[in-house]
Design a protein. Structure first.
Length: 202
């Protein structure tokens, strides 16, 4: 019973930290904020986490685990590699766009910086990169993709989706998911070069 209480208390602190980081940002959050939200004394937090940085890291680990479970469910063995990739990347971007904590962390990393917050963002991005990379490696083994550097290819694919989803809409109307899929297929699955030089038969 005591172990259950301890686990529940730790989880309450993590949930309170998520709320506080989403509301105040990492730099604006204090242990008092977290203690109040978790309804525990500030000293209780320090029995589980030695400082705010360690608390953020634990929160990010939970977020990454949640994302991993979500992405695993997104992959359908009956779909082609590029269809699965499109659905996976859309899921990653939707999660980032709609998750209050990630919205705040990415904004804070971009506008304020700081080693701790940058590391948190890098952990999230590295998880996404590794997930896509692993699927690229399997696709190459199965002959669904030409041989290519998996890590670099994963990096390019993610950056392309981020650019089309976030950067493009700063000055243009947002692209529909169907448009994203079509552009992705054009740029990466088919390529821009014509199938044969002009004037030559295919």
């Amino acid at each position: 019973m005591r172990e259950v209480i301890i686990i529940n208390r730790k989880q309450s602190i993590l949930e309170a930290a998520k709320q506080s980081f989403a509301l105040f940002g990492y730099k604006g959050t204090t242990m008092d904020h977290v203690a109040t939200a978790a309804k525990v004394g500030k000293g209780t937090i320090y029995t589980f986490f030695k400082n705010k940085e360690e608390l953020l890291h634990a929160v990010i680990e939970e977020v990454v685990q949640e994302m991993s479970q979500l992405l695993q469910k997104t992959v359908d063995p009956n779909r082609s590699f590029f269809d699965n990739l499109h659905h996976t990347l859309i899921q990653i971007l939707d999660y980032r766009r709609n998750h209050p904590l990630l919205q705040r962390l990415f904004l804070e990393a971009r506008e304020l910086g700081g080693a701790t917050i940058q590391l948190a963002v890098e952990l999230i991005e590295q998880h996404n990169l590794q997930f896509i990379q692993s699927h690229i490696e399997r696709a190459i083994e199965k002959g669904e993709l030409k041989p290519c550097p998996p890590e670099i290819t994963a990096f390019v694919m993610i950056k392309l989706y981020v650019a089309l989803s976030f950067e493009w809409e700063k000055k243009h109307p947002p692209l529909a998911k169907e448009e994203l899929a079509e552009l992705f297929r054009l740029y990466l699955a088919e390529g821009l070069a014509p199938s044969a030089p002009p004037g030559q038969a295919t």
